[in-house]
Design a protein around this ligand. Structure first.
Ligand SMILES: NC(=O)C1=CN([C@@H]2O[C@H](COP(=O)(O)OP(=O)(O)OC[C@H]3O[C@@H](n4cnc5c(N)ncnc54)[C@H](O)[C@@H]3O)[C@@H](O)[C@H]2O)C=CC1
Ligand SMILES: CCCCCC(=O)CC\C=C/C=C/C=C/[C@@H](O)[C@@H](O)CCCC(=O)O
Length: 318
């Protein structure tokens, strides 16, 4: 069905998207086509973390000069686009992902494009406290501290609902708590900002994806509570959430299989996608810059759809 291909809303705006041609999907009944891959692997990689040895001075006077960011789920999709936005604005970026082979290849490409010494790849599953912690420590050791965390890694698999909760919600909580240890101004950190990738499904129900919806509502609630917690505590850390609508990524393929026992609602999901439209990863990722740099933004939920961006206001229950 054509809806799962690129739409008129989508343009090839940068190299990131050129490297990530959208995968067509025979939705609602079938399987997706294989996606394009990046260039061949570098066999010289030996450890789970790697970074180039020299740094560039190209970044002077950029909005994020001198800042270090950590992005989870950085190898593909929205996380990869966020990584590029951060690099384009002068930050150094630690890319965390379970996909080691493509992560290393991506890091090599980013090194060529944005300058040496700007990136670090760490194989880390956000379900693993040990791996996540080691990646933060390697980042601090390599770049001298952490200023920005994008808790972005996520999956859509209603069949594997416990794993979905473990990655989408528990992974965000784990990353946030680890970042607070590193960034907390009351504990010698330099403060900073956390951006949690939720979803439009964190603001309203996606009926075919009840567990995914629950995790994303959880991310929105956790973000708002931690933002208020941090402000009240004087930690110097802001926490915001990005809530994209439908975005053409790998996660947006093979939808009937991902819906599992709810696959009979695939047609209804198609109708919602047709109604709301889709956006590109770069259209989503560009919005992190405002959430990162605007120091008045804390506890915000920013909805991004083909209609544009909208800061969500929540009802007061007091
Ligand atoms: N694609 C969409 O329509 C939307 C996606 N989102 C959210 O955006 C985030 C990113 O999604 P996409 O870019 O679409 O997905 P994607 O599937 O294109 O990319 C996800 C990346 O996360 C990595 N990853 C998966 N599990 C991981 C784990 N346990 N630990 C570390 N890395 C892991 C993957 O290897 C991959 O590089 C997710 O949280 C998703 O829920 C939100 C709204 C819409
Ligand atoms: C099935 C693919 C899921 C892709 C992963 C996502 O996170 C995409 C989420 C995108 C949109 C979610 C929309 C949820 C909307 C509901 O709250 C609905 O109530 C909104 C109805 C709006 C309308 O009909 O105008």
């Amino acid at each position: 069905m054509g809806i799962w291909r690129r739409t008129k809303h989508e343009t090839m705006t940068n190299n990131n998207e050129q490297n990530q041609q959208t995968r067509a999907v025979d939705f609602p009944g079938g399987r997706g086509q294989s996606r394009s891959r990046q260039t061949s692997l570098d066999p010289s990689f030996e450890s789970s973390c790697r970074h180039p040895s020299t740094s560039s001075d190209r970044t002077a006077d950029m909005a994020l000069s001198g800042k270090t960011a950590v992005v989870t789920g950085a190898v593909m999709g929205i996380g990869r686009a966020m990584t590029e936005v951060l690099l384009q604005n002068g930050a150094k970026v630690a890319l965390l992902d379970v996909n080691e082979s493509e992560g290393k290849t991506l890091m090599e490409a980013l090194e060529k494009q944005y300058g040496q010494g700007r990136t670090l790849f760490c194989k880390a599953d956000v379900q693993s406290e040990e791996q996540f912690k080691a990646a933060f420590e390697k980042t601090t050791e390599t770049f001298g501290g952490i200023d920005i965390l994008c808790n972005n890694a996520g999956i859509l698999n209603e069949g594997l609902w416990e794993k979905t909760v473990a990655i989408n919600l528990m992974g965000v909580i784990r990353g946030t708590y680890l970042a607070f240890e590193h960034m907390n101004k009351l504990k010698g950190g330099r403060g900073g900002v956390i951006i949690n990738t939720a979803s439009m499904a964190g603001l309203g129900p996606l009926p075919s994806c009840p567990v995914y919806t629950a995790t994303k509502h959880g991310v929105v609630g956790f973000t708002r509570a931690m933002a208020a917690n941090s402000a009240l505590s004087g930690y110097g850390i802001r926490v915001n959430t990005l809530c994209p609508g439908f975005v053409q990524t790998e996660l947006f393929t093979e939808i009937p299989a991902r819906l599992a026992q709810h696959s009979h609602l695939a047609d209804a999901t198609v109708q919602l996608v047709e109604k709301l439209g889709t956006i590109t990863v770069s259209e989503v990722a560009q919005h992190i810059l405002e959430l990162v740099t605007d120091e008045t933004k804390n506890g915000e939920a920013l909805l991004v759809t083909p209609a544009g961006k909208q800061y969500i206001t929540f009802p007061s229950v007091a």
